[in-house]
Design a protein around this ligand. Structure first.
Ligand SMILES: [Zn+2]
Length: 217
């Protein structure tokens, strides 16, 4: 079965180029995205919320204009293989999910999806053939409305220069940037010269690593 404008083989190749390899979940996701699109009235400006951070976000990014970078696709990782596509103004749309009853009619796909077979024992070619044959047969669609707080793009917020690191950040985040509030997911290995403190921002009383007194032990 085709995936939108692509044959299965074409999409498999596109998936390989974008994702590194043609993950079964990405191919399944392709059918899910196309099914959701088929429920959108012609000309609807839509956005997508994806409930898994595995594979499915890439299916959305390959088959729609929604991406994580333009913020028309968001991942709310609930651990479920599902996506909601909705009118960006009204919030009305559909949610497409893997139906665990229907999938049992496709035992090879069910065994893979529910991880009932060890990876080494999987017949990947057979799995791909079944995914191609089934299309969206084991998914279900439900109508959803996305609450208003998830709609619309936030106004561009005021930007300041963080007095601790000297980088720009949205001032709504506080007197210093979130990185300097302890959320940075790394340890800096390189020395940096101390940043200028913006004259418009009250320096925050912060223990700065470079201002630490020399070690005296
Ligand atoms: Zn900072």
């Amino acid at each position: 079965m085709n995936i939108g404008q692509y044959t299965f083989e074409e999409f498999k190749e596109i998936a390989r180029q974008f994702h590194g390899y043609p993950a079964p979940g990405l191919l399944i996701g392709g059918y899910m995205v196309e099914l959701a699109k088929s429920h959108m009235p012609e000309g609807t400006l839509f956005e997508v919320i994806v409930e898994s951070n595995k594979c499915l976000p890439d299916a959305v990014q390959l088959l729609t204009l929604c991406s994580t970078g333009n913020n028309w696709m968001r991942v709310v990782n609930l651990g479920r293989y599902a996506l909601s596509m909705f009118d960006k103004y009204t919030g009305e749309g559909v949610r497409v999910y893997i139906d665990t009853e229907k999938i049992e009619q496709w035992p090879d796909i069910a065994d893979w999806f529910l991880k009932r077979v060890a990876k080494a024992d999987q017949d990947t070619d057979l799995l791909f053939a079944k995914i191609k044959e089934a299309g969206a047969a084991y998914t279900s669609v439900e109508r959803v409305t996305i609450p208003e707080r998830f709609l619309g793009h936030k106004q561009m917020r005021a930007i300041g220069v963080c007095p601790a690191c000297g980088e720009a950040f949205p001032t709504n985040d506080g007197p210093i940037c979130r990185g300097c509030q302890g959320e940075a997911p790394y340890v800096t290995m390189d020395q940096r010269s101390a940043p200028l403190v913006s004259p418009n921002i009250e320096p925050f009383p912060l223990r700065r690593p470079w201002a630490r007194p020399p070690c005296t032990t």
